[in-house]
Design a protein around this ligand. Structure first.
Ligand SMILES: C[S@@+](CC[C@H](N)C(=O)[O-])C[C@H]1O[C@@H](n2cnc3c(N)ncnc32)[C@H](O)[C@@H]1O
Length: 205
């Protein structure tokens, strides 16, 4: 089993309790760089993988495949963690690595635990408050939107459809005993909870 573990934005005090627990229990911990290595070291002796900075696609592909195989080996027999800066599902090395492992080793079960992302953590350091809608970009096409306080899911989804969004996920009361994650469009309720959000996604090319 492989778990992508978010290590937070760089402060050793900003790892979650779950991150520490997984790092301590894992048989092996991999990291993609020195900052992640330093954050993991109080809890485990990590192995650093090399991700070369080159535009040569053949070199890149062979490194990614080699790294995927190195992680998949021990993950087949026990608990393996891959620790990375911020959150493992936001603009992360783990997303690409995971894709290659799934192609080459479809038997490995893979999950993630969230970390504090630079996208939210920076506001505290810069002492600014975010309370209007904003865009996060790495230069790639803008495809996704997150709607908070999704009290009227069907209405919201119908309106976003007119704007070209095609896929929707409704998440309610996340991490509680009554958590609901609805991906089936037919099952979207008319009324939502206050603790709800919708991810709306345009199809990617
Ligand atoms: C590959 S992305 C990784 C994002 C990470 N998964 C996250 O959730 O924050 C790397 C980019 O995240 C941003 N970033 C990550 N950690 C940061 C930090 N401590 N301070 C400022 N920006 C940071 C920078 O824009 C950096 O180029």
């Amino acid at each position: 089993m492989l778990i992508g573990v978010g290590l937070g934005p760089g402060d050793p005090g900003l790892l979650t309790l779950q991150a520490v627990d997984i790092l301590q229990r894992a048989n092996k911990v991999f990291v993609p760089g020195r900052l992640a290595q330093e954050l993991v070291e109080p809890y485990s002796q990590p192995y650093m993988l090399e991700f070369p900075m080159t535009k040569d696609q053949a070199v890149l592909q062979s490194h990614w495949e080699k790294n995927a195989d190195m992680v998949a080996g021990p993950a087949r027999d026990g608990l393996v963690a891959f620790g990375l800066i911020g959150d493992p599902n936001f603009f992360s090395t783990f997303t690409h690595l995971r894709r290659i492992i799934q192609q080459r080793h479809p038997d490995i079960s893979i999950s993630t635990i969230p970390g504090i992302s630079s996208i939210t953590a920076f506001a505290s350091r810069a002492d600014i408050m975010m309370d209007t809608s904003f865009e996060v970009s790495d230069g790639s096409p803008l495809t996704d939107r997150i709607i908070l306080k999704a009290r009227r899911p069907r209405e919201i989804i119908n309106s976003l459809r007119q704007k070209g969004f095609e896929d929707f996920i409704l998440a309610q009361r996340l991490f509680s005993d009554t958590e609901e994650i609805i991906k089936d469009q037919e099952k979207m309720p008319d009324k939502g909870d206050y603790f709800s959000l919708i991810l709306a996604r345009k199809r990617r090319e």
